[in-house]
Design a protein around this ligand. Structure first.
Ligand SMILES: Nc1ncnc2c1ncn2[C@@H]1O[C@H](COP(=O)(O)OP(=O)(O)OP(=O)(O)O)[C@@H](O)[C@H]1O
Length: 247
């Protein structure tokens, strides 16, 4: 039975690579405005699960329902268009463009209601770029070339490039890897700020950061759910301690 109150329902999801099931009969659900963190040991299938949701990898079996749509039957660009944004581990920003230009080129095309009045569209884009830049702590860096940003600022810029498309589901793969402590704190703040009207799935190994952001945690092990619930719940689950947290 599908519960339509969930933003995302993953059920019985399986992918087999030459007989090896990297994701094996996986089910989990994401509520609207939820920060849902996926943790688990190396090779547990976390990245593969996100690859399946964004259409980069095709499922062998199972279903992924996003609102009322079945994503397993859609192409990658259709999934993006449906409102699913994905950030990979390495930032894919344009180093030789400014912060402003990086955000501007990410603004969705063809959404203008002003028709030929291009200047009105330009004003709207500038306004939205300014709004996003403020949100990602880069309001004072709009005219700076992206190559001069710190590693953390580059990560934020890429999140901003996704936010400007206003996805209802945003997926982030290890967003704080390589960040300083203060950048991690600000990233947690950023995530709490952007979930109004959207949900976020995060893969993360930094448990302090997970504690700061997670509404719900799903622990994967060998492609399956090992444990699920609040951080306090999964932290005290002996099976999680044994395969992951105790190491
Ligand atoms: N295209 C592929 N072909 C064959 N095997 C694959 C493929 N993609 C992933 N795998 C295997 O599936 C398993 C799960 O990999 P995945 O990258 O999803 O794990 P992960 O939980 O994200 O790990 P990590 O924390 O190290 O990033 C691994 O054993 C990996 O080698």
């Amino acid at each position: 039975m599908t519960n339509n109150d969930f933003l995302l329902s993953v059920e019985g999801l399986t992918v087999s690579f030459d007989g090896f099931k990297a994701v094996d009969d996986l089910s989990f659900y994401v509520d609207p405005e939820e920060i849902h963190v996926i943790i688990g040991p190396n090779g547990a299938g976390k990245t593969t699960a996100l690859d399946l949701i964004c259409g980069k990898t095709r499922a062998t079996a199972g279903s992924i329902r996003f609102r009322s749509r079945e994503l397993t039957e859609m192409k990658e660009h259709q999934i993006v268009h449906a409102g699913v944004g994905r950030k990979f581990q390495n930032p894919s920003i344009y180093e030789d463009l400014t912060v402003f230009e990086n955000l501007e080129i990410s603004y969705p095309k063809g959404r203008s209601v002003f028709g030929a009045l291009a200047f009105k569209r330009d004003a709207k884009v500038r306004e939205r770029v300014a709004e996003i830049a403020e949100m990602i702590f880069l309001a004072d860096h709009l005219s700076e070339r992206a190559e001069y940003l710190s590693h953390g600022q580059k990560q934020w810029l890429e999140i901003g490039m996704l936010l400007i498309q206003d996805p209802e589901l945003l997926m982030l793969d290890e967003p704080v890897a390589g960040m300083s402590v203060s950048e991690r704190v600000k990233t947690a703040e950023l995530l709490h700020r952007i979930i109004q009207g959207r949900s976020v799935i995060v893969i993360e190994h930094d448990m302090k950061f997970v504690e700061d952001i997670a509404h719900k945690v799903t622990v994967l092990h060998q492609g399956r759910v090992l444990s699920e619930g609040t951080m306090a719940h999964v932290k005290s689950d002996p099976r999680v301690v044994e395969v992951y947290l105790g190491h």
